[in-house]
Write a protein that binds this ligand. Structure first.
Ligand SMILES: CC/C=C\C/C=C\C/C=C\C/C=C/C(=O)SCCNC(=O)CCNC(=O)[C@H](O)C(C)(C)COP(=O)(O)OP(=O)(O)OC[C@H]1O[C@@H](n2cnc3c(N)ncnc32)[C@H](O)[C@@H]1OP(=O)(O)O
Ligand SMILES: Cc1cc2nc3c(=O)[nH]c(=O)nc-3n(C[C@H](O)[C@H](O)[C@H](O)COP(=O)(O)OP(=O)(O)OC[C@H]3O[C@@H](n4cnc5c(N)ncnc54)[C@H](O)[C@@H]3O)c2cc1C
Length: 627
């Protein structure tokens, strides 16, 4: 209710106005609303901000730069930089991606060369493709970067390491010598974020600016490894784990709230010709678009909670020096980020499109959400690359399953029990245990199928790397199948263990079944091909999904109301709680800058000669227009 936090109408602002407004609001929120001891930029407050602020700046500063200091810094380095960063006395970003490389980190070209005589690192982008490109908050805001660069000592390369590099003067904010930095220009979304470019030419930093939790360089240039070097990729794992809640579940919940509320208000057409126009939510086709996406919000939320817990437990183990869980966590976080961002982005567009013309208006709040969710498929690990990383782990596990009993998220790969489905009615296929088994079997078969195909190719003389490349599509499908069984399985478990009213548990169970059945019906080729379902059982699966749509329809609005977004957070004429869609759209349109004058000066200027000529022709005075 703090007016300083109220959103102004972003759609009627320029990009620079949005950048400034987001910075003002974010700093106000972080510095005024949340001043407390022990405030951590990734704690519950961040969750509140991610929910409450439609656009904010310093996402990377708070969500990535600060956590990296904690992950990669020694205690002394944390003590030095964390207080400055948490208090916004330095603004940082995570500068890893380059103009020429983003996915293939071993191809990064920015170099940090150790200068023993001066005990400094010389940071250099040897060519244009080495320039850092994309990091958020880097173009105009950040005065420091956590620079990921190839460490070189005496001509020997040691791989990607993290360096603290100041890029702007702390008083004037001007770029420092050797630093060329700026905004990369307009993008599909994140209008308020100054994603930037950074060209470093022989910038010198002290030896102490190598973040040295995992490795260090002694004054004489001796390189010391201090831990599992794959932990150097740990920041990306953490962000992939955390962004699911912030950037996938939350925005999709907002989009569903808008679309379901609007569909309950919007009357269009007849079902029974003798009755009045119906709310479009009464059309089964509309329910089929919206309700599975509502179910996705809940299932992704439950699965993300499990992943966050797994990451937390893993982090405690890493602190004890045990990194044995790292391969599974990497595979699961990469796969979850890729598959849920893919589902979420597609789902947001499905529900936007379900709102017809008004869904295409920025006044609906939906284009903002859709465009922003599209970015989740690319940043923090491009989805295809992430799915292949997940598949790489699955193929290894499938081989291991032939001789060992597997545990964790891949346990089903060593489950050789009879998994045939005996469902005879659509009710049988709404049973959570049946749906879990179906997803496990499909995933196991998809992994084995991809692995078998590659083995046969290699047996026939194809090099393993070529077999991998040629079977990539099957590997990606296996990764998707694995994540779907994980989401369905963890959700069923989560709901069964949830202490809540029977009526709420019934709704959640129905939503879980809807999510699983929608997935089956959207991928029934796999389920039939792998012998999980007969053709007749596929018909039952469709019947089961339609039955759930009918059962959930009466509670549809109540379910999205439970997300409890305020009108100010939704910023939507279609999704406002009072349902006054048309009045809100009209008021919103009238506020458009285009309407600040009755006659728009520029159009009048160019149209005026023709307007006068047209009038003369109409009134019989002038010659007929050439037109
Ligand atoms: C909290 C969030 C709040 C707000 C955020 C909101 C919005 C955020 C907006 C934007 C933020 C965006 C930031 C960014 O985009 S930062 C840049 C992200 N970039 C990437 O993710 C790069 C992706 N590429 C890679 O990770 C690597 O290049 C890749 C893994 C693809 C390949 O690496 P490499 O070639 O070195 O390894 P491989 O040969 O493939 O595998 C070797 C070995 O290492 C294991 N591995 C790989 N990655 C990891 C990891 N992260 N953790 C642990 N282990 C890893 C891999 O499994 C192999 O193991 P093995 O099979 O045993 O050999
Ligand atoms: C909004 C936004 C914010 C960002 N913020 C940051 C940030 O703060 N810090 C930062 O460092 N970076 C940031 N990034 C950059 C982001 O991490 C990269 O864009 C991402 O890692 C993808 O790398 P790329 O752009 O080089 O694409 P590429 O890797 O070049 O991918 C291009 C295409 O090639 C395909 N491809 C690539 N490799 C393979 C493969 N091995 N197998 C099959 N197909 C492949 C991909 O699937 C994709 O279709 C941001 C990007 C965006 C869009």
């Amino acid at each position: 209710n703090d007016t300083s936090m109220q959103h102004r109408n972003l759609n009627h602002m320029t990009r620079e106005e949005r950048f400034s407004e987001a910075m003002r609001r974010t700093l106000y929120a972080l510095k005024v609303l949340l001043p407390r001891e022990g405030w951590t930029p990734v704690g519950p407050e961040m969750k509140y901000l991610a929910r409450a602020i439609k656009e904010f700046t310093f996402i990377i500063h708070a969500g990535v730069f600060i956590p990296c200091i904690m992950s990669y810094g020694t205690n002394e380095q944390i003590a030095k930089w964390f207080p400055l960063a948490a208090d916004f006395r330095i603004i940082g970003t995570y500068a890893q991606t380059e103009l020429g490389h983003g996915s293939f980190l071993r191809g990064l070209e920015t170099i940090a060369t150790y200068d023993r005589a001066n005990q400094e690192f010389i940071i250099n982008c040897p060519k244009i493709t080495a320039m850092k490109w994309w990091p958020g908050d880097m173009g105009k805001s950040a005065n420091h970067v956590l620079l990921m660069a190839e460490l070189v000592i005496d001509g020997k390369k040691y791989g990607m390491h993290g360096f603290m590099v100041q890029i702007r003067d702390l008083t004037t904010h001007e770029p420092l010598p050797g630093v060329t930095v700026g905004d990369i220009g307009a993008k599909l979304s994140f209008e308020s974020v100054d994603n930037g470019f950074l060209y470093l030419q022989n910038v010198r930093i002290p030896r102490e600016n190598l973040l040295s939790k995992l490795s260090e360089v002694h004054p004489d240039g001796t390189y010391i490894k201090k831990g599992n070097q794959r932990l150097m990729y740990g920041s990306m794992v953490r962000v992939r784990v955390n962004l699911i809640a912030h950037e996938i579940v939350m925005p999709l919940a907002k989009a569903c709230t808008i679309a379901v509320r609007y569909s309950a208000v919007r009357r269009q057409g007849l079902i029974n010709p003798s009755k009045e126009e119906v709310p479009v939510l009464d059309y089964v086709a509309q329910q089929h678009k919206l309700l599975p996406q509502v179910a996705t919000v809940f299932m992704a939320h439950f699965a993300a909670k499990q992943l966050v817990k797994m990451h937390h437990d893993y982090s405690l183990e890493v602190e004890k020096g045990n990194t044995s869980q790292l391969p599974e966590l990497h595979a699961l976080s990469a796969g979850m980020k890729a598959c849920l961002s893919e589902q979420g982005a597609a789902g947001a567009e499905i529900v936007r499109r379900a709102c017809g013309g008004h869904g295409y208006s920025c006044g609906s709040g939906l284009p903002f959400i859709v465009n922003r969710m599209l970015a989740t498929c690319t940043y923090e690990g491009e989805n295809t690359v992430m799915q292949l990383q997940c598949a790489r782990y699955l193929i290894k596990c499938a081989d291991q399953a032939k001789k060992d009993k597997l545990t964790g998220s891949v346990w089903y790969l060593s489950d050789f029990s009879n998994m045939s489905c005996t469902a005879q009615t659509f009710g049988d296929l709404q049973e959570p245990s049946v749906l879990v088994k179906l997803h496990e079997r499909r995933a196991k078969c998809a992994v084995q199928h991809a692995g078998k195909k590659m083995q046969n190719m290699v047996k026939n003389g194809t090099p393993a790397h070529d077999a991998w490349n040629m079977m990539a599509t099957l590997l990606i499908n296996a990764a998707r199948a694995h994540i779907m069984q994980y989401v369905v399985g963890t959700s069923v478990t989560y709901i069964s263990e949830l202490s809540c009213s029977a009526s709420l548990k019934k709704i959640l169970t129905q939503l879980c079944a809807l999510y699983a059945l929608h997935n089956i019906n959207s991928n029934c080729g796999d389920f039939v091909k792998f012998g999980c379902l007969t053709s007749a059982q596929c018909d039952l699966a469709q019947e089961a999904e339609f039955n759930l749509l009918k059962q959930l329809r009466p509670d549809a609005v109540g379910i999205v109301d439970s997300f409890d977004f305020t009108d100010d957070i939704l910023q939507s004429c279609l999704g406002a709680y009072d349902g006054n869609v048309y009045e809100r759209l009209f008021e919103w349109a009238k506020q458009a800058p285009m309407n600040k004058t009755e006659v728009h000066q520029d159009s009048y200027q160019y149209l005026q000669p023709y307007l006068h000529e047209g009038r003369d022709v109409l009134e019989g005075r002038g010659r007929n227009s050439k037109l």
